[in-house]
Design a protein around this ligand. Structure first.
Ligand code: B12
Ligand code: SF4
Length: 176
């Protein structure tokens, strides 16, 4: 809980909503501005707003810069509505910032969305359409090796693999 951050941003699945709300409460007690995004917040924003200063629904890429500008101007709004983003030129994540307790640090995103529409699944509405990142961007992310100590984090190549020709499966399409 010790942090000198100006802004605390939390991402969580529905199953972790209760501990995420408790975290938000503790950070707000310290006077921090606390915001959230992700699947649960997207579908339960009124509930989340009881605990957070602001929520971002949908995809963050198009909404996050405005949130930061508003925060800097002291004009944070309660809700920012993200829209499906262009998958070209997404920056490489700062994998090196993840703490060592992460089992696999280098999780690489190649596609977003899904060509299917299973009724129970968050993906068709949270990440509409089926979008691919340019191959060179994915290769750039895969080549990231700026880990502390100079070594390259070896990952088992986990990722979400979906293609228009794949058969729908129950649950998220995750292949290791
Ligand atoms: C990869 C993945 C995993 C991997 C994670 C590997 C890792 N090291 O990170 C593994 C296999 C471990 C996993 C496990 C589980 N998963 Co999972 N997983 C996914 C998957 C396929 C991709 C998530 C991802 O990283 N996407 C890439 C990022 C960039 O996209 P994103 O998360 O959508 O985030 C965007 C927005 O949501 C938003 N956003 C998200 N967070 C935040 C935070 C802030 C502050 C802001 C502003 C915006 C924001 O901006 C982002 C960029 O646009 C999704 C399905 C999907 N295709 O989205 C399911 C999904 C997230 N998983 C889900 C579930 C249920 C689980 C499990 C609980 C399953 C289980 N019963 O065990 C476990 C929980 C494990 C745990 N302890 O946390 C559900 C969550 C549903 C819900 N209502 O919350 C999803 C949505 C699948 C589904 N369709 O139902 N998962
Ligand atoms: S469960 Fe799998 S196949 Fe069905 S919509 Fe979700 S990601 Fe696509």
């Amino acid at each position: 809980m010790d942090s000198d951050a100006d802004l605390i941003a939390i991402s969580f699945f529905s199953g972790f909503a209760t501990p995420a709300y408790q975290l938000a409460k503790e950070f707000r007690k310290q006077g921090k501005t606390v915001v959230a995004g992700g699947p649960h917040v997207t579908y339960c924003k009124e509930e989340a707003l009881l605990w957070f200063d602001a929520v971002v629904t949908g995809e963050a890429e198009n909404a996050w810069p405005q949130l930061l500008k508003d925060l800097a101007a002291g004009q944070l709004k309660p809700v920012y509505t993200g829209t499906p983003c262009d998958m070209k030129d997404l920056p490489t994540p700062r994998y090196d910032l993840l703490p060592n307790r992460f089992f696999v640090k280098k999780v690489i995103q190649a596609t977003r969305g899904c060509p299917f529409s299973c009724s129970f699944c968050t993906v068709p509405s949270l990440n509409p359409g089926f979008r691919l990142r340019p191959v060179q961007d994915v290769v750039r992310d895969a080549s990231y090796d700026r880990f502390p100590g100079g070594g390259s984090e070896r990952s088992s190549g986990s990722g979400t693999i979906t293609s228009p020709s794949a058969a729908p499966t129950s649950g998220s399409c995750y292949v290791k």
